[in-house]
Design a protein. Structure first.
Length: 78
């Protein structure tokens, strides 16, 4: 049986990514505005971040479905 679309690969984060494990609260700047969120998945050079919803970022949350991929170099721990 074929397993279409189900690829299980191990992603090893870069040296910068070692500091941003899953569930780490982070801060970053996008479109000149500071945003906060939580790392939900680590990739090689970036992280999938779930945005913290505020009154100011409603449009961004709607456009991105509340999730962004941010390079580790742009993230800071909170």
């Amino acid at each position: 049986m074929a397993t279409f679309g189900k690829f299980e690969t191990t992603v090893v984060p870069s040296a910068e990514g070692a500091n941003f494990e899953v569930a780490t609260p982070v801060m970053f700047t996008i479109h000149g505005t500071k945003q906060t969120g939580t790392v939900t998945k680590q990739l090689k050079n970036s992280a999938v971040v779930e945005l913290n919803q505020t009154a100011e970022n409603q449009k961004l949350v709607t456009q991105s479905n509340g999730v962004l991929i941010i390079n580790y170099k742009q993230l800071t721990k909170m």
